[in-house]
Each structure stands twice: as C-alpha cells, then as structure tokens.
Design a binder for this molecule. Structure first.
Ligand SMILES: Cc1ncc(COP(=O)(O)O)c(C=O)c1O
Length: 418
C-alpha cells in the first residue's frame, strides 16, 4: 500500500494499518499473545516508560496486534489516534472519566443505549457528576443545558433504540461556542455511513462488537481522538500535563494513562484480530445491511399487524432530513424498531420466528430481534422506559445480510401467527 495515497473508504477498510513486510509476509496481523515484552537494556525500558520510545511493555498498556487495529480504526474515522479497549462500555466509561471530575456536569441525549444510560445516571451520580438529559435532536435544549460546570456534550449518532439522528454540525458548533467538546457514539452508522470528525465532532467512540466485528464473535471498543480540540482553556486545568506530553492528543493520553491502564480495560489481542477480519468486509456488509433494512421497513409498513415503523430512511421519520444530509444518501443504518399491538403480540411474534435470531446484540450479519422493554430495560421503572422511548409493544430489529426475501418471509409468517 502506498501510504501517501488517499485511498477510498472501501479500500482503506481492508488495507489501512497493514504491514505484511513486518509480519514475515503474512497478510493478517499476527496475534501477539504475550503478557509482556523483552527490553534489550535498562535504558530502553526507562525511555519507553517515559514515553520517549514507542516500544511495548506489558499487555495491559499496549499490544502490537491491538495497535494495528488502532491504526485501522483511526484511519477509517479520519483521526490521528485511537485506543482500543475490552468493550464499547469500557471506551465510553474511560472517555467520560477522563473528561470529568467530581462535581462536573455534561449534557447528553435522552436517546441512549441502556447501559450507557445506567452508567451516566446511576453510577456517575454516586461521584457527584450530573448528566443533563435533553432531547437529542433539540439543539436549543442542548445549548440551554450547558453551564459553567459542563465539560462536554455526548450523543449517539443514531440513537439506540430511539433511532433519532442529531444534527452533528449544529451541535458541534454550539459545544465549541461554549468551549466544550462534542463526543459521539458512532456504533450504529459506522464510518461507512458517517464520519463525525468531518462534521466538527471532537471524539468518536464505537462498540467494535457490532458492525466492525460483524459476526457476533468478538467484543471490543475504541476511542478515536480527532486531535482538534483546544484543551488549554480555563475549563480544563487538569489537562496541562497531558498537553505537555501529547499536544493535540492530550485527551487520548489522559484516557489511556489515567483510566485505561489503571482500570485494566485491555482488549484481548485475539478479539482485535477477529475484529480486523470482520473489518475486511465492513463496506460490503454495510451496503447490504442498509439495502435490506430499507426493504424491511417498507415491508413492515405494508403489514396491518404493524402499528408503526421507526426507521430514519422513511420519509415521514422526524430525523429523515438530517439523516439524508448527514449520511450523504448512502443509506440510513441497519437497525429499526416497530410496534405491534402489545407485549403479548411481541412475544408471539418472537416465538414464531424460524430464521431470525432472538438475542441481545446488533450489527451481526445475521438478522436479530429483541423485545427491549422486557429484556434490556427489565430493571428500569416505567417513567425511565418512557423517557428513553421504550414502549412495551416495541420490537428492535437489526437487519442482517441474508436474502431480504427470506427475512421478509420469516417476518411475514410470524406476523401471520398473531
Ligand atoms: C450504541 C451502543 N453503544 C455502546 C454499546 C456497548 O458496547 P459493548 O457491548 O461492546 O460494551 C452498545 C451495545 O449494545 C451499543 O448498542
């Protein structure tokens, strides 16, 4: 690969970070299954600990296989640096912790993956941190919620499972006007559909467990730092040492040094390897996910048993305009939700499926469904389920890459049984 050439996304997704010349000609990165690395001299190890050399020390800190994945993911999102971690939640936790101190606040949408919501509301509140929840697509509400204690704005680029799409350019400019960064979880669109850093976003997080890995076979997360935010402001006095050490990548250094290595949220190199194998087909898979989801949305619209379909690709969806602009007409994501008569109908529907899998995941090549109200949101009280837009008659549907006719036929026979 010519490292100076600006390859297209579909090429980069396969070739970024590849260096077979360093891997004895192997075309897949070796799995460096080693807890620690030998250092030829005492001076070498000292310099590495001081950050003057880029060598590896110990797997909890860095690992050569993980580093290849970091290079690939940074290239795909167009950022200068990335750190991979053990899960998407590890990436979210470490990023927020690096940005927050006791007593701080941040502004976030009411459209959040349930574990992120629990972390923000139930865990952070124990440490005197306040997450101000507003409507994710209401830019005025976002701006109003910002005050002198706010350290960042956090949004999902397609809300899971609300399926709303915030206008990133607008929110980024509001955040920057107030001297704070915008952090987003871009798991659902993936950079195939959306590159938030190009729209002024400062930090991008993913659960690599989903579309990147693509086969439900590995777990991981990543933080990609855009390197554009100015941390040397009054609001971020705790960034000084990290700015001195890493300049524009001060946040990534803080995340890594203060949290990732102390919390021990290491990505197992086997999982990084499996994620890289998944990445080779990301562009192809996304193309099919997006096409299939659109067809499924239209099919569901036609069925009398289905009360509503929530998919930003449908013209009557409140986020359709923003999604069309932001995703450049490529598609609208692989996930959607729809409503049946009640919870009993949802259960009958799920129990009648013959092809589609019923499980708690998304972004797999296989089509997956879940009834969030009675599963992931089981422990939430009723006002919280309502605030997060999780009614009891809702099915969440992650469209796979099978023949769409077979997907629709399975939905059809399950609806027939209601
Ligand atoms: C949008 C989103 N972000 C983050 C996560 C957390 O990722 P992980 O399960 O890899 O910790 C999930 C998991 O479903 C998710 O859907």
């Amino acid at each position: 690969m010519n490292k100076k050439k600006n390859y297209r996304f579909d090429t980069q997704v396969i070739h970024a970070g590849q260096s077979p010349e360093d891997w004895q000609g192997a075309t897949l990165s070796p799995i460096y299954q080693t807890a620690s690395h030998l250092h030829p001299t005492a001076e070498n190890l000292t310099q590495t600990f001081a950050g003057k050399r880029d060598d590896h020390i110990y797997m909890r800190l860095t690992n050569p296989t993980n580093r290849v994945l970091e290079e690939k993911l940074a290239a795909l999102e167009g950022g200068p640096g990335a750190v991979v971690m053990s899960s998407g939640m590890a990436a979210i936790t470490n990023t927020c912790m690096a940005l927050l101190r006791a007593g701080d606040e941040f502004v976030t949408g009411n459209s959040l993956f349930v574990t992120t919501y629990n972390l923000f509301i139930k865990v952070f509140s124990k440490y005197g941190i306040t997450a101000r929840l507003v409507e994710s697509t209401d830019t005025e509400a976002i701006e109003k919620a910002i005050n002198s204690k706010t350290r960042f704005v956090y949004l999902e680029t397609i809300g899971n499972p609300k399926m709303d799409v915030p206008d990133l350019e607008q929110v980024a400019s509001i955040a920057h006007r107030h001297g704070i960064p915008l952090v987003v979880d871009n798991t659902l669109p993936t950079p195939y559909l959306l590159r938030p850093l190009d729209m002024g976003v400062d930090v991008v997080i993913h659960s690599t467990t989903k579309y990147f890995s693509g086969h439900g076979g590995s777990m991981g997360g990543v933080v990609i730092d855009g390197g554009n935010f100015t941390w040397s402001q009054e609001r971020f006095p705790d960034f000084k040492a990290f700015i001195d050490r890493k300049g524009p990548l001060a946040l990534l250094d803080k995340i890594w040094r203060e949290y990732h290595i102390n919390f021990g949220t290491t990505q197992a190199p086997l999982h990084a390897y499996l994620t890289m194998i998944g990445l080779d087909t990301l562009a192809l898979r996304m193309e099919r996910h997006l096409k299939n989801a659109m067809k499924v949305a239209h099919y569901l619209k036609e069925r009398p048993e289905v009360l509503w379909v929530n998919y930003p690709g449908l013209e009557d969806h409140p986020s359709h305009g923003v999604a069309l602009k932001q995703f450049g007409g490529k598609g609208f994501g692989g996930m959607l939700t729809f409503g049946l008569k009640d919870q009993a109908a949802c259960f009958r529907f799920i129990n009648s499926l013959q092809l589609i899998y019923h499980l708690a995941n998304l972004g797999d090549s296989k089509t997956l469904v879940i009834h969030p109200y009675s599963s992931q949101y089981y422990a939430q009280d009723e006002p919280t389920r309502q605030a997060l837009s999780v009614p009891d008659n809702m099915i969440r549907f992650s469209t796979g890459i099978e023949a769409v006719e077979d997907i629709c036929e399975d939905i059809g026979q399950a609806l027939d049984s209601l």
